[in-house]
Design a binder for this molecule. Structure first.
Ligand code: 475
Length: 825
């Protein structure tokens, strides 16, 4: 087949000469510099400004079409959007990447250098935030009316430095020199109330009226980031709220001569959107975090209502037809009582009518089963910050308890279990329960995870509300995660099966029939080798480590967590090292273990694991006896733009979480899409990846969820493994010596302690031998070059299911009931 049959690459809207003129114009008129003086940063900004002209034209047309068609839209509420860089994507989506590259070249500038100037927009921690970014990409690509709502953090996720092996956190300042994409919309500022007290009044016919007298008011200033769909037709927005002091609130203090005090108020208000909490999958429990959540939810709801009223006035009857709100985890769950407050206290709707609207508007996605990540807020904290909302939550719960009593009459244990309020020393509000009760649909993020949500997290809710709990398996955008990040492979695929796979990823199936074709295998592996050369260069620049591109590139990239088990990978590396020391002829194909991971700043053991990886790396990389069979490279400051360099170069994808703990994973999909072969447990979406690629093209090992539970129930004792398996014992004991930390014995002992004294909560030792054997199988498979190439190709070919377009299609059909809207030009 050749490419002509399926020509659907975005066709450029302007040509090279016009693009060049636009860049020069912006260099002169926007940046006040010229071609001779401009540095890369100025060139980057001018290039952004040039493409932004097209972006804004698309945005205007999209907004007009949505308005004229009075479209139903999805509102994606998320405390995190991990967008990464936008220039390359925006150029790709307009079909202008090569045009821009050519124009810049004529101006004496390399586009690859320009792209490196862009700071990542790292307004998220990991999987959940990046998923939100992939979803808004797909929504725009599929021409669906959608808006993302979140927080305009001044500082995104911290920048990670590694000093003597240890993680140091530095502030991230993504906007320091201005952000060329965002547009401030002062005309849509909202005000948000906080603190204060509730007054009860009686209106006509004895109706109880509640009036909240806030103690403080802050302003929410919206910044819009345009979200360009593939082929540039629909341009949706991501609207992020920045907090500022409300002018009028400070007026009294100001007039009373309290200029300095008024400034202090400013500082407090501005604190709300100052920084992203860096805890991934642990609840922060901090007052400021709750305020952040309420702040962006309240601004967003008011924004939605303002837009609705423009078309429908005070007629609330159509609200649920026009508006669906997806809650990305429970972080925006405070939206539920907030909408109730607006409807009952402000619009003066009756409770039942308001609740009827609410429960048709909200849908909730659960992303984790880890108990420490399930949000609970002290009732007293909510009462202090949002006194009216606590009353509303109690009322919702009171009515819900009556429902529970109907289903399970007199069963008080059941009431206690399902209540939104957890009784105890300190009353807590369970945000998960509130979300399930207030939503019309609840989904998990992979088949297995959704099954566990039903069977172990919310089984009674599933009984009470049959059909409410469902699954939508996660996905990733192939525009960023193949087309843009892996141009070599993309071009090869274009040539082989045509160019429309970025919007119809099932088309990659067409590669499967070439999987055993020797010529295609050579072409495919040549691209992989070129990508490995680029990553090797990155490793050299960043760490001063030389790696052999003919080695197996084994990649583990994700947040650092015990359940993700980076320390399992580390124990295996140490075991391999030991085998080589004991037997210099130990037969293995050279391997480079590449890590990228940030640890939450307060997560001691996670930081210890980073330190241990780096210390073991130092020793192995510099030990001539290893004879370059193993290299270990921990690349600092893992982030979206670094992922884009690592993923295309991976041979092996490490997905080794304890079964039942990783809700889905999305890095697993990105790596397999780029032709990496997975070594993984039967966890999250690995299960579905295995189904797609087949057992011969993936290395599955370790305990299943059932086996994990059984072993736990029977009393798991890690010491059994320690004493039974001499290699495990030797490796753990090694951690206690000063071998890897000369002069500092015990510097790595916390890992051993967690695996023995602390009971090995994630069953690392139970899975060690199976993992180590699976790695030996990987090694053997890699030596058969043709077989390996076939496996890699099959992995790419079978990833169609994991496009986020499919996830969005599932949401549209199962949850949102949306229709696309054509954009009139
Ligand atoms: C899962 N983050 C992945 C991914 O669905 C899954 C929680 C609390 C506070 C701050 N951040 C969080 C998460 O829970 C999270 O990122 N979960 C991840 O969501 C997308 O693929 O398995 O761990």
């Amino acid at each position: 087949m050749n490419a002509k049959a399926t020509k659907t690459q975005p066709s450029p809207v302007i040509d090279k000469a016009a693009f060049k003129a636009a860049v020069i114009k912006h260099l002169h008129c926007t940046l006040g510099t010229d071609e001779n003086k401009a540095n890369n940063h100025a060139w980057w900004k001018a290039t952004c400004a040039a493409i932004q002209e097209q972006v804004l034209e698309g945005l205007r047309k999209t907004q007009k079409s949505h308005y004229l068609n009075d479209t139903r839209a999805v509102h994606y509420f998320s405390a995190e959007f991990l967008m990464g860089r936008l220039l390359s994507n925006n150029l790709q989506n307009f079909g202008l990447f090569d045009v821009a590259g050519g124009a810049l070249k004529e101006l004496g500038v390399e586009i690859s250098d320009i792209l490196e100037e862009e700071p990542d927009m790292a307004l998220g921690n990991g999987g959940l935030g990046r998923l939100a970014a992939c979803f808004i990409d797909s929504l725009a690509t599929m021409e669906l009316p959608a808006i993302g709502y979140g927080i305009h953090y001044e500082h995104g996720l911290f920048r990670q430095e590694i000093k003597s092996g240890a993680q140091i956190e530095r502030p991230d300042s993504w906007r320091d020199y201005g952000n060329p994409w965002e547009i401030c919309r002062p005309e849509s500022i909202q005000e948000v109330s906080l603190y204060g007290y509730v007054e009860t009044k009686y209106g006509e016919n004895g109706r109880v009226l509640k009036e909240w007298h806030p103690g403080s008011i802050v302003k929410g200033v919206p910044w819009d980031i345009p979200v360009v769909g593939y082929e540039g037709k629909t341009v949706n927005v991501l609207r992020l709220w920045q907090s500022e002091a409300s002018d009028y609130f400070n007026w009294d203090v100001f007039n009373a001569g309290g200029y300095v005090d008024a400034q202090r108020e400013n500082v407090q208000a501005e604190t709300i959107s100052k920084v992203l909490y860096p805890n991934d999958e642990t609840e922060a429990g901090k007052e400021l975090r709750l305020i952040q959540q309420y702040f962006f939810c309240s601004c967003s709801l008011k924004d939605i209502i303002r837009r609705y009223k423009r078309a429908h006035g005070d007629d609330w009857s159509r609200f649920a037809d026009q508006v669906v709100i997806q809650l990305n985890d429970t972080h925006p769950a405070i939206s539920i009582p907030e909408l109730m407050r607006i409807l009952v206290d402000r619009a003066e709707l009756g409770w039942d009518e308001a609740w009827g609207i609410c429960t048709k508007v909200f849908a909730y996605t659960n992303h984790t089963l880890l108990p420490e990540a399930l949000e609970k807020w002290p009732a007293r904290m909510i009462e202090k910050i949002l006194p009216r909302h606590l009353e509303i939550i109690y009322e919702i719960n009171h009515r819900f308890m009556a429902e529970v009593d109907k289903k399970w009459p007199g069963d008080n244990a059941m009431k206690a279990k399902l209540s939104i309020i957890e009784e105890g020393n300190e009353k807590m509000v369970r945000m998960g329960h509130l979300s399930v009760i207030g939503s019309f649909a609840v989904n998990g993020v992979a088949e297995m995870h959704s099954r566990l949500v039903k069977s172990s997290l919310f089984p009674e809710f599933d009984e009470l509300y049959p059909g409410k709990l469902t699954n939508v398996t996660n996905g990733i955008t192939p525009r960023r995660w193949l087309k843009a990040c892996n141009p070599g492979l993309s071009k090869l695929i274009d040539k082989k099966i045509g160019e429309d796979w970025p919007r119809d990823l099932d088309k990659l199936q067409g590669l499967a029939k070439f999987a055993s074709n020797k010529t295609f295998q050579k072409q495919f592996m040549k691209v992989k080798l070129e990508n490995k050369e680029l990553l090797a260069e990155e490793i050299r620049k960043s760490l001063d480590i030389e790696v052999d591109v003919n080695a197996i590139f084994d990649v583990q990239i994700k947040r650092l967590h015990e359940y993700k088990r980076q320390h399992l990978a580390l124990l295996n590396i140490m075991a391999l090292y030991r085998r080589i020391l004991e037997n210099p002829d130990y037969d293995m194909h050279p391997r480079v273990f590449v890590f990228g991971a940030k640890a939450a700043p307060g997560y001691k053991l996670a930081k210890d694991i980073i330190f241990a990886i780096n210390k073991v790396a130092d020793k192995i990389n510099n030990d001539p006896r290893v004879n370059n069979k193993i290299k270990v490279a921990f690349l600092p400051n893992y982030r979206v733009s670094l992922a884009e360099k690592m993923i295309p170069a991976a041979d092996v994808s490490e997905q080794i979480s304890t079964a039942g703990k990783e809700a889905s994973g999305t890095g697993n999909m990105k790596l397999a899409l780029n032709g990496a072969v997975t070594i993984g447990t039967l966890d999250g979406a690995n299960v579905e990846i295995a189904e797609e690629v087949g057992d011969d093209n993936i290395f599955i090992f370790g305990l299943t969820v059932e086996e994990v539970n059984e072993l736990k129930a029977n009393g798991y004792n890690p010491h059994d493994y320690y004493y039974k398996d001499p290699e495990i014992k030797a490796v753990l004991d090694w951690l206690e010596t000063d071998y890897f930390t000369p002069g500092k014995p015990g510097a790595l002992v916390s890992i051993k302690q967690s695996l023995l004294d602390n009971g090995d909560p994630y069953m690392v030792l139970a899975d060690f031998r199976a993992y180590s054997d699976a790695q030996i199988a990987v090694d053997a498979a890699y030596r058969d070059k043709e077989r390996w190439a076939e496996m890699a190709i099959i992995n790419t070919a079978k990833m169609g299911k994991f496009t986020s377009d499919r996830s969005i299609r599932d949401y549209v059909e199962r949850v949102w009931k949306l229709s696309p809207c054509k954009i009139e030009s």
